[in-house]
Ligand binder design. Sequence first.
Ligand code: SF4
Ligand code: SF4
Length: 135
Amino acid sequence: MPTPMVLELIKQLFHRPATNCFPVKYYPSETTVTELIKKVQEGKAKINSPVTVPEKFRGKITYDREKCIGCRLCIRVCPSRAIDFLAEEKKIKIRIDRCIFCSQCNDICPVNCLSMSGDFLLANEDRFDSEMIVK
Ligand code: SF4
Ligand code: SF4
């Protein structure tokens, strides 16, 4: 009698993988990542499109600055201190390098100006890059 684990293993043999190769399917071993990026920019190599994210996926935060009333509730609940208050403007700034994508800020915001997008390709060499700051 096969155990549940064996059955699961057999089932997985016929399933498509849940992940995809990244960034390219057949990464040429003689190419560095920098060269690869250059090839992609020149249109000589194609990046695999990322897997589609499920509904309610918690990716990079988006912020509707106009709607924000500066109540600071998001700052209070943020466990990783990723949100700074911009006192002069009464708005916020979110540091993506600190964010753990818990969505607590999003859940508590009284005017729904925060939301979690499907964007998860967030690797960056510079934590202060404009891509890593939401404001
Ligand atoms: S998602 Fe969580 S960690 Fe990220 S800014 Fe909001 S409260 Fe902070
Ligand atoms: S909880 Fe919402 S309205 Fe309040 S400061 Fe944060 S983003 Fe702005």
